[in-house]
Ligand binder design. Structure first.
Ligand code: NAP
Length: 488
């Protein structure tokens, strides 16, 4: 399963939430085998949800104090006898020690809550293994994506979804009912063959973020090295000046906006490439290459990392005047002026450049914050498609244009000053402009009526070299359909 997988069940699988046939299962007796962290949190949540709980332990006397008084803690066999649904809160490697209970367990529902320590650790899933040990029982996989902490704090915090799978519909339904009474959202993941997939989910570490994080780190490394050469190595080699003190703040602070700016343009570049592909092939039905598909899917994460770097750049910039080096430089400049008897050092052009530069930067950061906030699922879900696309697409593009203005006012005329070329290397900002300006130029070209219309028709299903029936809105807003030649 690839990036954004946690969201997949909501869309691709039937949520059992809100099923009118599900009635309250509270009052039912539930057994929990095991007395560890998970068993304890599960027992607390079950008791709070109105279930009668019986905990089965190998040493009930010692463990009884750890559970709420409403829960009965007894020997494993005793606990199993009292309920039809048994949560197995024991690690896979200890399943075989439960085989003595096979007779009392026969005909009951076993809920396998276990996780592994590695992705695809075993050939068969834990739930399938449990089912093979207890063929007379019905095994349901579930609750493994919920942590002990989430169980204890209730479904208000943490992940509310409980992914469930089993080969037995009735057993799956019973467990879903229990999950729902506990305040969770049961999600039907199908039959037992999905158990491995469910067991792998808690082990995945930010799958959708890997590529964007490597991209951001790669860009950071490149720009950092470039700035280091220009700001530290060049003055040392050419003038024997030690500028190493610049590394922790100045060099980092000139690198962060470069990464933020280029990353922001990389959010919009795949859209441009996709549009080029659609225009070239004259269809929207041709699959994009895998790399472009992947890139399109990671735009949200790339955008959030761009915002993160921009926010860090803001904090670093605010800290610049706090540095000792800055204070010494200010005093040095003041002394020099006093010695040279200079009274007026006001440079009107520099003043205006700085005012515009900072103001535009603040607006760009504000827009980026808006993009970041609206990409949060809870906010995104409260917007309709038009609002979401207006913010992410139109405002996002405006943020890119304003960031370009921010970069240009920073650079001003430095690109034409030969002193700015250290070891013949142009100022960093000129390099960062490359991708964003390409994106902006492409967007301007796509907005030309002849290209915009063609793109619009392609996105409505028109294909080059084919007669297709398509529907266009008339001037009055009504829709009219007709046959058209693809070559029109
Ligand atoms: P734990 O604290 O180590 O508890 C495991 C329990 O298993 C022990 O307290 C023990 O209870 C029981 N057990 C039964 N037979 C055993 C044997 N032969 N050897 C050792 N212990 C035996 O582990 P846990 O964190 O509660 O996890 C339990 C299960 O829940 C695991 O499969 C885990 O993957 C799953 N899980 C845990 C979490 C979590 O956040 N902790 C989240 C999701 C899933 P008695 O001594 O009373 O018999």
């Amino acid at each position: 399963m690839s990036g954004g997988d946690m969201a997949k069940p909501l869309l691709g699988h039937r949520s059992m939430d809100g099923d009118p046939s599900i009635t309250s299962a509270a009052g039912r007796t539930i057994s929990v085998l095991g007395s560890g962290d998970f068993a304890r949190s599960l027992a607390i949540r079950l008791v709070c949800s109105g279930f009668k709980v019986v905990v089965g332990s190998r040493n009930p006397k010692r463990k009884a104090g750890l559970f709420p008084s409403a829960a009965e803690v007894t020997f494993q066999a005793d606990a199993v006898k009292q309920a039809d649904v048994i949560f197995v809160a024991v690690f896979r490697e200890h399943y075989s020690t439960l085989c003595d209970l096979a007779d009392v367990l026969a005909g009951k529902i076993l809920v396998d809550v276990s996780n592994n320590t590695e992705i695809n650790h075993h050939r068969e899933s834990n739930a399938e293994y449990l089912a093979s040990l207890f063929p007379a029982c019905t095994v349901v996989k579930g609750f493994n994506v919920v942590s002990a902490w989430t169980l204890q704090s209730g479904a208000r915090d943490g992940n509310k979804q409980v992914l469930i799978c089993s080969n037995n519909q009735e057993a799956k339904r019973t467990v879903a009912e229990i999950a729902q009474v506990m305040g969770f959202t049961p999600v039907d993941m199908g039959c037992m063959s999905s158990a491995s997939e469910i067991e792998n989910i808690p082990l995945r570490l930010l799958p959708a973020w890997k590529i964007p994080i490597f991209l951001a780190l790669g860009l950071f490394l490149c720009f950092f090295t470039y700035n280091l050469i220009r700001q530290v190595i060049h003055p040392y080699i050419r003038e024997q000046k030690n500028k190493l003190y610049k590394i922790p703040i100045e060099v980092v602070n000139t690198t962060l906006p470069c990464v933020a700016y280029v990353m922001l343009s990389l959010v919009y570049l795949p859209g441009v490439l996709a549009a080029c592909s659609q225009l070239y092939y004259g269809t929207k039905y041709r699959r994009f290459p895998d790399w472009l598909d992947q890139w399109l899917q990671h735009r949200k994460q790339i955008g959030l990392l761009s915002f993160f770097c921009a926010a860090l750049h803001t904090v670093y910039s605010l800290c610049l005047p706090m540095r000792r080096s800055h204070r010494y430089q200010l005093i040095e400049t003041a002394v020099k002026q006093a010695v040279e008897k200079k009274m007026n050092i006001w440079v009107e052009e520099e003043v205006w450049r700085m005012e515009i530069y900072i103001s535009v930067g603040i607006i760009a950061l504000g827009l980026l914050s808006l993009l970041a906030i609206t990409s949060l699922p809870s906010i995104a879900n409260s917007l309709n498609w038009r609002e979401f696309s207006f913010i992410q697409s139109t405002l996002g593009f405006i943020a890119l244009v304003i960031s370009t203005l921010h970069t240009l006012t920073y650079g001003w005329s430095r690109a034409f000053d030969e002193n700015q070329y250290k070891f013949y290397l142009p100022p960093t900002y000129t390099l960062t402009l490359l991708v964003p300006c390409t994106v902006i130029l492409a967007k301007v070209i796509f907005s030309l009526p002849c290209i915009h219309q063609r793109l619009l028709r392609i996105r409505r299903g028109w294909e080059k070299g084919r007669y297709v029936k398509f529907v266009l809105p008339s001037a009055t807003g009504e829709y009219s359909s007709g046959e058209t030649s693809s070559n029109v």
